[in-house]
Design a protein around this ligand. Sequence first.
Ligand SMILES: [Zn+2]
Length: 222
Amino acid sequence: MIKKSAIIIFGPPNSGKGTQARLLAEKLDFFHFISSQICKHYMQTHDDPETIRQKELYAKGILLDSAWVFRIAKRKTQEIFDQSKGIVYDGSLRILYEAERFYPFLVDLFGKENIKIVEIKVDEEELRKRSAKRLICEKDSSHVFILSEELQPGTPCPEGDGVLQKRDIDDESLFRTRMDEYNERTIPGLDFLKNKHPVIEVNGEQSILKVHQDILLALKLT
Ligand SMILES: [Zn+2]
């Protein structure tokens, strides 16, 4: 490995997927690809008719058009690839629609052998417990921490930017909704990929550091 590789991290809500993607990107000096952030940035910096339509959807809280998201993700991926940089994809690019189209695109660009797919496995009961204890940075949603004596709502983010908060999305009923969405939308995308590509499973029920080390080990990067 691996200047030009694509690593895709899958995991259910609260599995630590975002944290692991960030740690991995830092470790490898890869681009940390969060499609929601990339779409948001694109909307802020473009004014063509199609983007204006997406901005209207976004303002109403309606899900962005998948075909548009896919186009933006492709464009950004190409841009980073052209800089000879690798990419860590944080989660699915909005799922099966994207998997079916995005995977062949990545294969063409990076070559199959340079694509690694990692699935972080965590039992649902453990995920439920974690959802009650999550703190998220107000400035950067990839900064996720677990409630502890040192880390409370209102504590400065250890990454040095914002303040940590509990998110409404972590409420019990919303947890159920996010799990259902994961099972109904992400799992089919992951199954689709499993038929085409080896998927490395990592035990997510360990400390953040241990999970990170296991991922490096599985990617043969230690
Ligand atoms: Zn932060």
